[in-house]
Structures are given as C-alpha cells and as structure tokens.
Design a protein around this ligand. Structure first.
Ligand SMILES: NC(=O)c1ccc[n+]([C@@H]2O[C@H](COP(=O)([O-])OP(=O)(O)OC[C@H]3O[C@@H](n4cnc5c(N)ncnc54)[C@H](O)[C@@H]3O)[C@@H](O)[C@H]2O)c1
Length: 308
C-alpha cells in the first residue's frame, strides 16, 4: 500500500513550480490531492493527475478569496473523507526597494501579506478541525532560506523587504501552531529553500527581471540553472519530513548542500528555554498517525536524530 494511501493533501499554488511538484509527489505516494491556483494551468495539472489514476480536486481561484478557500477545504473533505495534509505553497514575489513610490509600497505590502501570510493563516485554520477529527495531520508552510540567519545572515536580497517580511511572518504561524497542535498529533513545519528551478526564479533572469543582465529572453543560462535545486527533490524532502514526524521546525534547504532534513532540533531543550514553559511533558512527537512503520524513518544521510 502506498505510504499516503487514503489520505488527502491540499496544495496551494499548484499550477507550476514547487506546488506542482508537491502535488505530483503526494499523489504518487497515494494521497488524494486538492489543488488550487490563480492560474488556469492548475486545471491541466489536475487532468494530468487524474489520467494517472489519482484522486483529484482542482480549482482555479485567488487564494485571497476566503469563500473559495472555505469551499476548497469543505469540498475536499466531502469528496475524499478527510484532510490530512496542507501545503501552503502559493506566494507572490516582487521586487520592493525601500525607495519605491509610496502608493506602490502600500499596494505591494497588502498584496504580499494577503497572499503570503493571511492566506496561510486562513487555510491552516480551515484544515485544523478536519485534522483534529482525523486524529492528526501535517501542515507545511513553504518559506525561504532568507529566514534562516545561520547561513544567510546579511545576504538577503536588499530589494525584497516585503517578501522577506512575509516569510519571516510565517515563522510565527509555524512555531505557535506547532506548539498549540502538538498534543493533537498535528505537525506544523516550514521548508525554507534556496534557489529552486521554477518560473518564479527564472523570471528574475528574463527581460525586466532584476538579474536580466545575467540571462537572455529565454531565461538564465545553463551554468546558472545548474546551481538551482530541483522541485522534485524538495518534494521528496517533504515526504521525508512526514515520515520523520518532527514539528515546529524550519527545515533549511540550501543550494549546494545535501537536500536532507538534518538532525531534529531538541524540543525538550527549546521548550525549557521558554519563559512560560509549564513543565508539562509534550507528547506525540513521534509517528504520523497513518504510518505503518514501527519506528520513525530517519533520513539515512543524518543517521539517528540527536538524543531527544
Ligand atoms: N523558486 C525558488 O527559488 C524559491 C525559493 C524560496 C522559496 N520559494 C517559495 O516556494 C513557493 C513556490 O514558489 P515557486 O518558486 O514554485 O514559484 P511560482 O511562481 O512558480 O509558483 C507560485 C504559485 O503560486 C501561485 N499564486 C500566486 N499568487 C496566487 C494567488 N493570489 N492565488 C492563488 N495562487 C497564487 C502562482 O500562480 C504560482 O503557480 C513560494 O512560496 C515561494 O515563495 C521559492
């Protein structure tokens, strides 16, 4: 039986790029997929997945439409019987230098926060009741390595203050929701990628893009593309994340480094460091509810996690 057989995953922004790769991988692992995007290509993705025999619900709408989000979650639950996974992937990238005209800055801020942050909050709150009913689930917020100061300190793109701010805001949603839902077996993590080969990244190298001087009308040259990560590899890492069962983490994925989960961060230590830690033990940091494996499947490249 496929690993996610009988489970249902929602992926936002699944018309192309990472979202499409997530939907394809989740379906290949046996999950029914409910996918949405503002682009009509999401319907083509849906048709392709149906042709491969997968259970699919595909909708074209703007993720800032609360009514459409509500309908997608309700219809996915009705059609497939549950909602077990949510991948908050849809996002807007835009160059927003601090010297931009005032009106553009305000418009950019509202659009970026509505799509990159508010829609994540809306979708997450919509799926949580279904996950609680099902006895658990996984929420994955798609972030960026910009939020990981460890390797990126000081090198965040200077013209992307609003995009950066929107992704940093996801840290709050990820961390607090992970804590709130841990005892209910709902895990909340973020994948924080560096450059990955998608339309969003390629557009930077095309005419009008901020890196156009490095590319052509077709996009970045092959030697630049060679340094990008493959969306399919990030999708594989997501499955590793589900099997691992950790929660509350920003998983860093840097171009040029192995694409792997790395050791778990120690929840017990992190919680004790909190001023409001009550001393109550946290439970259910182990297996996803649907896995058949007797033990968590640790990523082979990192061996056993640190003692936790
Ligand atoms: N590609 C990279 O290098 C990279 C790096 C770090 C993080 N990310 C993140 O990965 C995720 C996927 O990005 P991608 O690179 O595949 O880009 P992409 O532009 O190819 O995909 C984003 C998708 O979201 C959709 N979308 C945007 N606004 C929407 C809206 N209002 N309603 C519904 N759908 C909407 C787009 O139509 C598109 O299909 C994003 O969250 C992005 O911030 C990408």
């Amino acid at each position: 039986m496929a690993y996610l057989s009988g489970k249902t995953a929602i992926v936002t922004g699944a018309a192309q790029g990472l979202g499409k790769a997530f939907a394809e991988r989740l379906a290949a692992e046996g999950a029914n997929v409910a996918i949405c995007d503002i682009l009509s290509d999401v319907l083509t993705v849906g048709v392709e997945l149906v042709a491969k025999g997968h259970g699919v619900l595909a909708r074209q709408f703007d993720i800032t439409s609360r009514a459409d989000c509500e309908a997608l979650v309700a219809d996915a639950a009705a059609k497939f019987g549950s909602v077990d996974i949510l991948v908050n992937n849809a996002a807007l990238w835009r160059s927003t230098p601090v010297t931009d005209p005032w009106e553009k800055a305000l418009t950019d801020f509202d659009e970026m926060m509505d799509i990159n942050v508010k829609a994540v909050m809306v979708m997450s709150r919509l799926v949580v009741p279904h996950m609680l009913r099902a006895g658990g689930g996984d929420i994955v917020n798609i972030s960026t390595d910009y939020v990981l100061p460890l390797r990126r300190d000081g090198v965040n793109a200077a013209d992307t203050d609003l995009y950066n701010a929107s992704k940093w805001a996801l840290n709050g949603l990820t961390d607090a929701a992970a804590q709130a839902l841990a005892e209910d077996n709902v895990r909340v993590n973020a994948l924080c990628m560096g450059p990955t080969d998608t339309a969003m990244l390629r557009a930077l190298f095309m005419p009008g893009g901020k890196l156009a001087h490095l590319g052509t009308a077709e996009g970045p040259p092959p030697e630049v593309v060679a340094g990008f990560m493959d969306p399919a590899d990030i999708a594989r890492l997501m499955i590793d994340l589900f099997k691992d069962g950790r929660t509350g983490e920003n998983i860093g994925v840097w171009a040029g480094f192995p694409i792997e989960l790395g050791p778990r961060k120690r929840w017990d230590v992190r919680m004790r460091e909190r001023a409001d830690f009550t001393g109550q033990p946290l439970r259910n940091f182990g297996l996803p509810p649907w896995t058949d494996a007797p033990e968590p499947v640790w990523h082979l490249a990192v061996g056993q996690p640190s003692e936790a």
